[in-house]
Design a protein around this ligand. Sequence first.
Ligand SMILES: Cc1ncc(COP(=O)(O)OP(=O)(O)O)c(N)n1
Ligand SMILES: Cc1ncsc1CCOP(=O)(O)O
Ligand SMILES: [Mg+2]
Length: 209
Amino acid sequence: MTQLYGLYGLTDADLMPSDTTMLEQVEAALRGGMRLLQYRDKSTDGARRLRQALALLELCRSYDCPLLINDDVKLARASGADGVHLGQGDGSVAAAREYLGRKALIGQTCHNSLALAQRAVALGADHVAFGAFFPSATKPNARPAPLSLLAEARSELDVPVVAIGGISVDNAHQVLESGADLVAVVHALFTADDIQQQAQRFARLFHNL
Ligand SMILES: Cc1ncc(COP(=O)(O)OP(=O)(O)O)c(N)n1
Ligand SMILES: Cc1ncsc1CCOP(=O)(O)O
Ligand SMILES: [Mg+2]
């Protein structure tokens, strides 16, 4: 079974305007030690989305890194990705589990609520995400979540816990010390001058725990 732990990168179409830049940036993060990737793309161009998901999957496979698709269970199944990430408005976790099968990785956004996380797990999620813990350049309107929620989640839930929202190399220790298993990052990872080195910096924070 995949152990979910470490740096979790999310792609960003603004920061990665072409397939080539996306793959180069993602490969740099993989070389630096990223352990999980989410393809997050809000466009409606289905052909482009399938092509990019397939290209990311091939790359992720060569680094033994699972790939999740944001929002879209159909694309997850069509591409053969390892699973999906669903927000509270992105369809039912139970239906996704049924559609993608027992082995799929299914995460759900639980904002600042332990009750939402307990419900997600009961419906079949195998990991849950909380945040935003810090102001996010990628999603400025994300609901804030308190660090104390991570310790509570850690003691009440039996699944890996993801922290997201404004996480940087400098503040990540706060969510890790509070109990997060993974840090999900866009801006602080993919805007770095040297993405590989930045991923390494994040990865080292996990080694030092
Ligand atoms: C790991 C992780 N956590 C939270 C989110 C946010 O999901 P959602 O609330 O559905 O918002 P969008 O990302 O779809 O805009 C996420 N994608 N990944
Ligand atoms: C998708 C999402 N959900 C809550 S914050 C966020 C964006 C995370 O990006 P960044 O690491 O740039 O704050
Ligand atoms: Mg969503």
